[in-house]
Design a protein around this ligand. Structure first.
Ligand code: FAD
Length: 384
C-alpha cells in the first residue's frame, strides 16, 4: 500500500491552498451576505486551471485525475464552501459530455468551459422529482432535426449564470421499464423559450447560484443529444458515481476548515484564566473532530484512487465516501461552532458559515438516505 501523494500532487495542493487563502477566504463573508456569484474570483481561478479541472488537456482543460480533483476541492472548500462550489462547479454536467460526447460536442462544449468563457450545469431535479430520478417528466420530442423541450427544472446549480445545461429529459414515454426512454440533451440558455429564476434565501453556499429553469418549447438541434438516445437514466447514474466522490471531498474540506479554525480558537480564547484548549472537554472535541476528518479524508481519497487506478468509479465506495464525509462535515462544523461559544453564532467567524454550508453535502447529488439505499443494494447484489 502506498499512501504517498506524488510531488506534482503536493505542489498542486499547495498552489490551490495559496489561491484559496489569498483570493477566496478574505472575500467569503461579502459573497455570502450578498448571495452573489463570484464572477471575478471564477475568472482568476480559470487562469490557474481551476475551471474544468477534469476536462482533458486536448480540449483546453487541466486534465486532472480523480485524486488531484479531490485535493483541489478539499483546499478550496476549507477556505469557503460557497465560493469553492461556484469555481469548481463551472464545469458541472460536462462529465457526461467527457464520457459520452462526440469529438464535435467536446470541442463545442468543453473548450469554452475549460477556458473560463462558459459555465455549465446539470439539470435533473424538478419540482416533483428529486430522489426518484426515474420520475423526470421534462419532455423532449423530435421535430425534424430538432428536439422540442418542455418542462421545469428545480434547484439547478448555476441556473441563472450558466451558458448550457446537460438536461435529463423523457424522450420516449412509451419505453418499457422504469429506467428506459430518458436522454441527456444539452440546452443552451440563449435558446428561445429558456428562462431561469434565481432562488434566494438559501441556508448556505449562498455564493453559489441556484435557480429554477423553465423550458417552454425550447428547440435545440438533434446534435445536442449526449450519448445514446433512451439510455439517459443509466448515463445519469454513472455521472453520479463520478461526481459523488467530489461531494465527499467537499465534506472533507468543510470538516478540515472547521476543525482547523476550532483548534486555533481553542488556543487563543481564555476562560477561568487558561486557554479553553486546556480543558479536557474541549480537547476531546478537537481530537474527535480531527480524527473524524482524517477518516473521511482516507475514505474519499480511496474512492478517488480507485477511479485513477481502475478507470471507473466504484459505486459502493463513492456512496460510502459521500455519506460518511457529509455526515462528518455536519458534525465537525457543529462542534466548531460549540467551541467558539457565542462568537460562533455570528459571521465574524468562519465557523458560522461552515455550519450552514455543511448541510447541503447531505442533500445534493443524492441525499444521505439514498446513499445508504445504494450501499445496501450493492452489498446485496441488487443493482438497478
Ligand atoms: C443548493 C442546491 C443545489 C442543487 N443543485 C442541483 C443541480 O445542480 N442539479 C440538479 O438536478 N439538482 C440539484 N439539486 C437538487 C438535489 O439534488 C435534490 O434536492 C435532492 O436530490 C433531493 O431531492 P428532493 O429535494 O426532491 O427531496 P425528496 O426526494 O423529496 O426527499 C425528501 C426526503 O425524503 C427522503 N427520501 C426520498 N426517497 C426516499 C427513499 N426511497 N428512502 C428513504 N428516504 C427517501 C430523502 O432522503 C429526503 O430526506 C440541488 C439542491 C439544492 C438544495
Amino acid at each position: 500500500m502506498d499512501f504517498a501523494l506524488s510531488d506534482e500532487q503536493r505542489q498542486l495542493r499547495d498552489e490551490v491552498k495559496r489561491f484559496a487563502d489569498n483570493e477566496v477566504r478574505p472575500n467569503a463573508v461579502e459573497y455570502d451576505v450578498e448571495e452573489r456569484f463570484p464572477h471575478d474570483i471564477v475568472e482568476k481561478a480559470a487562469e490557474m486551471g481551476l475551471t474544468g479541472t477534469t476536462i482533458p488537456i486536448e480540449y483546453g482543460g487541466a486534465g486532472y485525475g480523480a485524486v488531484d480533483s479531490v485535493l483541489i476541492a478539499e483546499e478550496m472548500f476549507a477556505a469557503d464552501p460557497g465560493i469553492a462550489l461556484s469555481v469548481l462547479a463551472t464545469s458541472f454536467g460536462t462529465e457526461a459530455i467527457q464520457e459520452y460526447g462526440t469529438d464535435e460536442q467536446k470541442e463545442r462544449f468543453l473548450e469554452p468551459v475549460a477556458m473560463g468563457e462558459a459555465i455549465s450545469g446539470a439539470a435533473i431535479s424538478e419540482p416533483d422529482t428529486g430522489s426518484d430520478v426515474s420520475s423526470v417528466s421534462t419532455r423532449a420530442e423530435k421535430d425534424g432535426d430538432e428536439w422540442v423541450i418542455n418542462g421545469t427544472k428545480m434547484w439547478i446549480t448555476n441556473g441563472s449564470v450558466g451558458d448550457f445545461f446537460v438536461t435529463l429529459c423523457k424522450t420516449d414515454p412509451d419505453a418499457d421499464g422504469r429506467y428506459n426512454g430518458f436522454s441527456q440533451i444539452v440546452i443552451e440558455s440563449d435558446r428561445d423559450g429558456f428562462s431561469s429564476e434565481k432562488i434566494t434565501g438559501k441556508m448556505g453556499i449562498r455564493a453559489s447560484d441556484t435557480a429554477e429553469l423553465v423550458l417552454d418549447d425550447v428547440r435545440v438541434p438533434e446534435e445536442n443529444l449526449i450519448g445514446t438516445e433512451g439510455a439517459g437514466f443509466y448515463q445519469q447514474m454513472q455521472f453520479f458515481d463520478a461526481t459523488r466522490t467530489g461531494v465527499a471531498a467537499q465534506g472533507v474540506g468543510i470538516a478540515k476548515g472547521a476543525a482547523e479554525r476550532a483548534l486555533e480558537y481553542a488556543q487563543e480564547r481564555e476562560q477561568f484564566g487558561r486557554p479553553i484548549g486546556d480543558f479536557q472537554a474541549i480537547q476531546h472535541k478537537l481530537a474527535e473532530m480531527h480524527t473524524d476528518t482524517e477518516a473521511a479524508r482516507n475514505l474519499t481519497y480511496k474512492s478517488a484512487w480507485e477511479v485513477d487506478a481502475g478507470g471507473a468509479p466504484n459505486t459502493t465506495l463513492a456512496s460510502m465516501a459521500k455519506e460518511f464525509a457529509s455526515r462528518i462535515a455536519v458534525e465537525v462544523a457543529n462542534e466548531a461552532v460549540q467551541i467558539h461559544g457565542g462568537a460562533g453564532y455570528v459571521n465574524d467567524f468562519d465557523v458560522e458559515r461552515f455550519y450552514r454550508d455543511a448541510k447541503i453535502t447531505q442533500i445534493y447529488e443524492g441525499t444521505t438516505e439514498i446513499q445508504k439505499l445504494i450501499i445496501a443494494r450493492e452489498l446485496q447484489g441488487k443493482g438497478l
